[in-house]
Unconditional design. Structure first.
Length: 362
């Protein structure tokens, strides 16, 4: 698919060399006191935008699902007291109407909304003629096309300031994180929509506060444009997602530990070395493609030989031997087993395709 390149799709984030762009506040607005105390305590910790969940769509009924529009004035008041813009999630046209009526500065679409084009279109229709920044979280499932589709629907409504939020993807029985980062998906999003700003939501990826730093730092290492971190004056007693929220003090400690990477530099020594290394990589990539081409030529010859002898394409014992041999060599080659497995599986898939084409001729 072609790269989408729309220059106006900018939320206007200015990533500082000293600190990342930061959105923070409670997962859910619980009480007016909780919202105001949390927001006023984090306001001087480098926060650029305050957040709070007003409507909280939950996986199953019976959990706390937000105070609703009653909490909107609390968040707006927090913004006035701290002189900071405020944002909240909207999941339908009525939410949009209420948020705009109360003066919310920025809206975002949650993962459960992004996954549903009907819901996204209803929100887009409600935004017609409105000038407000919109942030769009990735869908719950790892589907880049759904994510891009939601972005396009909002853009077609005339919204000029759009950013994406990477909050990870749901998988069954996740081994470490609440939601798997699958960094390759937001990286591909950046390739497809070159000017789109991307904010990472470590809170929803990690699910636990002791994992927040590694997720946040990795996002900055990948040149994400900002972070969304949930904070709460007493997170252990929070009405939703208690384990992933941090105290204002915890937020301050976390932000001090983070290192913001530069995108480029005018240091000649660095530039000379990096250009040398990149030339080496380019040459190796060319050699690798040549070797793969040679390998596939042999695969095609094998396919012809199998066809002439009426032999099945898949030879499971041979395939297992090739696969296991490659995996055994992974460690000694300073490569991860999962990386080698992905490569060898992809090569085998292409080999099957090549031989299938030969079998079906004539």
């Amino acid at each position: 698919m072609n790269i989408i390149n729309i220059k106006d799709w900018k939320l206007g984030i200015q990533l500082s060399k000293e600190k990342p762009f930061l959105i923070s506040g409670p997962c859910s607005a619980e009480t007016e006191t909780q919202v105001l105390q949390t927001c006023t305590q984090i306001a001087n910790l480098g926060v650029d935008v305050l957040r709070a969940g007003i409507w909280k769509p939950r996986t199953r009924p019976g959990s706390f699902e937000g105070i609703g529009k009653k909490a909107l004035p609390w968040l707006v008041e927090a913004g006035k007291q701290t002189n900071l813009p405020v944002c909240c999630e909207v999941a339908n046209a009525n939410h949009v109407e209420e948020a705009l009526k109360h003066g919310i500065d920025i809206l975002w679409l949650g993962a459960r909304t992004t996954v549903n084009p009907f819901a996204v279109q209803a929100i887009a229709d409600a935004l017609q003629g409105v000038d407000i920044p919109i942030m769009i979280k990735n869908p719950v499932n790892p589907d880049l096309e759904l994510w891009i589709g939601a972005i396009e629907r909002i853009a077609q409504a005339g919204i000029q300031k759009i950013a994406a939020i990477h909050r990870g993807f749901s998988v069954y029985n996740a081994p470490k994180y609440r939601n798997q980062p699958q960094w390759e998906i937001p990286i591909e999003l950046r390739r497809r929509i070159a000017n789109l700003e991307i904010i990472c939501d470590p809170s929803h990826i990690a699910g636990k506060r002791d994992l927040l730093f590694e997720i946040a730092q990795h996002a900055l290492d990948l040149n994400f444009d900002g972070l969304m971190l949930e904070s709460h004056i007493t997170p252990d007693t929070a009405w939703s997602d208690a384990q992933q929220q941090v105290t204002p003090e915890g937020l301050q400690t976390l932000m001090k530990q983070l290192i913001t990477r530069q995108l480029d530099t005018d240091n000649l020594d660095y530039l000379n070395k990096i250009n040398h290394f990149r030339t080496l990589i380019d040459n190796l990539d060319t050699q690798t493609l040549h070797l793969l081409s040679q390998r596939m030529e042999i695969v095609r010859q094998i396919g012809l030989h199998k066809k002439e002898s009426n032999i099945a394409i898949l030879q499971i014992e041979r395939w297992l031997n090739v696969r296991n041999s490659a995996l055994e060599k992974a460690a000694s080659s300073n490569l991860s087993e999962s990386f080698v497995e992905d490569i060898i599986n992809t090569i085998h898939k292409e080999s099957i395709r090549q031989q299938t084409t030969i079998m079906r001729k004539d």
